[in-house]
Write a protein that binds this ligand. Structure first.
Ligand code: PXG
Length: 298
């Protein structure tokens, strides 16, 4: 495996960062998780835009222009000969001293790009669906560190996921400070009730998922429908006909049990199945071409 670190490619065992990097010392940095399907990077422009906006929000100057980051990312996938990949892009504050002061991080921010084979949920989970719990950890408020920032501080999400694992479930819902549903530890959440598709709005305190926006587009363009963004309670999830999660890792996957409540038929429902299929088709056919010179538009 070839890993990109600050402009050079290293073998896995040789790819390293300084112990004085503020990404390590303080979780001071940002990241993106990106997928490539069938030789195309899925919605790369959106991921890079989110990266740029996260950087702006934390006063982080990207070490190289976005255009060069895109080139480095595509080159990393090529170096590893992958057509289907999970790509992790990390920008750290860089090497500083032991204090909090970001001005001490003199050198440019650190840039890491890892392209690996994809780890999916086993196919059986797409039929069976996931068991989800509500975490005891609340989503931080939008007036705290904005959940829109994809920062290297992922402890709340990691602890929420561990809580799910301890309960024998696969994912955990984080309620926001007002008690409304925000999102899951690594996925956005949608539900279907009486034929309509709902998802919590951005102001509920969520990461604006790239997969979430792809699903909103697919519902509009391929199903002639509409996703309703609405503040939602646990009750609305418990009584839903279908629940599904979206994320770069999971794509689109049903939630069939929430806090022990069986959702709908107890397995992936018809709208979820339709969206799984439409999403997979869409992901294979759109995106930035990795190996050809010409770039697809989206
Ligand atoms: N919410 C949160 C908190 C996330 O971390 C999503 C929603 C979905 O966003 P995208 O853009 O991927 O549709 C995420 C992203 C993992 C893993 O290993 C998952 C994410 C990030 C890092 C690792 O499952 N999900």
């Amino acid at each position: 495996m070839k890993i990109y670190v600050d402009g050079e490619f290293y073998e896995k065992d040789e790819a390293k960062v300084s112990v004085f990097d503020h990404g390590v010392l303080y979780g001071d940095g940002i990241f993106e998780g990106i997928r490539a399907y069938n030789g195309r990077v899925f919605r790369l422009g959106e991921h890079l835009k989110r990266l740029e906006e996260s950087a702006q929000a934390i006063f982080l100057t990207l070490p190289i222009p976005l255009r060069k980051i895109e080139e480095a990312l595509l080159e990393t996938v090529r170096q590893n000969g992958l057509r289907d990949a999970y790509i992790r892009l990390v920008v750290t504050r860089g090497v500083g001293d032991l204090g909090l002061d970001m001005r001490k991080c003199k050198k440019n921010a650190g840039l890491i790009i890892i392209a690996d084979k994809i780890e999916l949920y086993p196919e059986s989970y797409y039929e069976k669906g996931l068991d989800i719990i509500t975490s005891s950890i609340r989503q931080r408020g939008t007036d705290q560190l904005a959940p829109n920032i994809k920062s290297l501080n992922y402890l709340a999400n990691i602890l929420a996921r561990a809580e799910a694992t301890r309960a024998g479930a696969q994912e955990a819902i984080l309620l926001n400070q007002q008690g409304y549903v925000s999102e899951c530890s690594g996925d956005n959440i949608f539900y279907v009730y009486e034929g309509r598709i709902y998802t919590p709005p951005v102001y509920a305190g969520i990461l604006e998922g790239v997969t979430r926006s792809a699903i909103i587009d697919i519902v509009r363009e391929k199903m002639n429908g509409q996703v309703i963004e609405k503040l939602s309670t646990l009750f609305e999830l418990y009584r839903a006909d279908e629940v599904f999660l979206t994320g770069t890792g999971a794509e689109v996957i049903a939630g069939v049990k929430i806090d022990g409540h069986v959702i709908g038929s107890g397995s992936a429902g018809p709208i979820t199945r339709k969206l799984v299929a439409l999403f997979r088709e869409y992901a294979r056919l759109t995106g930035t071409l990795i190996y050809e010179e010409a770039k697809a538009s989206k």
